[in-house]
Write a protein that binds this ligand. Structure first.
Ligand code: URA
Length: 217
């Protein structure tokens, strides 16, 4: 078990709402079916979306109520982009989009070259005008942090206004790695687990998130 760098820990928003913790525990259970795992992930992702969008900018909008004119506040969902790291990140999209339906969606696919161990991009599709947008990168598991950091490095080439990272679970290794590569990117997570095992799985964790979402075990 390695310690978390205190500066890195300060960059982590731990979403400890009871509903989030309850659903996460149900997801961790090995007997959870694909169906219930996916449903819980959906529900949890929408709860996490509330936290990650907490500081979204609001615009004044003049509207008519049945009684008079007033100035209300509205967010411009179109300025937000959820970027899914394929494939497990796709499991988070429905939930976050149910909260911010106007948001755009990008996808990034990376694999690890077995010889160089470097992340290699195989897919990258983003909306236009990324310089005007705030990005939330989504991936259920921030484990080694290698693919997450590589994805953020690539996204920074698009010069977005801001980048946040949203996951369900992480561990000291993932937090430290992300902070070393991108100290400007806050992490939103429902739990910080104990450690990574030698195969890169989070312990106690929930297993392979992609397999559990898509039923490919
Ligand atoms: N990816 C997963 O799906 N699970 C882990 O525990 C680590 C990375």
């Amino acid at each position: 078990m390695i310690p978390i760098d205190p500066a890195a820990r300060a960059n982590v928003h731990l979403v400890d709402h009871p509903l989030v913790q309850h659903k996460l525990t149900l997801m961790r259970k090995k007997e959870a079916s694909t169906n219930s795992f996916r449903r819980l992930l959906n529900e949890l992702s929408s709860l996490m979306a509330y936290e990650v969008s907490r500081d979204m900018a609001l615009q004044d909008v003049v509207i008519e109520t049945p009684l008079e004119t007033m100035t209300g506040k509205m967010i411009d969902g179109k300025k937000l982009v959820f970027v899914s790291i394929l494939r497990a990140g796709n499991g988070i999209l429905d939930g976050v989009l149910s909260v911010v339906p106007g948001a755009r969606v990008g996808h990034i696919g990376l694999y690890r070259d077995p010889n160089t161990l470097q992340a290699v991009e195989y897919y990258f599709k983003m909306p236009k005008d990324m310089e005007e947008r705030d990005i939330v990168v989504v991936d259920p598991m921030l484990a080694t942090g290698n693919s997450a950091a590589a994805a953020v490095t690539r996204l920074k080439e698009c010069k977005p206004k801001s980048i946040k990272f949203l996951c369900l679970l992480t561990c000291p290794e993932g937090i430290n790695a992300m902070f070393n590569a991108h100290p400007d990117v806050p992490i939103y997570t429902a739990a910080i687990d104990r450690e990574l095992n030698s195969h890169g799985y989070i312990l106690p964790g929930l297993g392979d998130a992609g397999d559990r979402i898509f039923g490919t075990q």
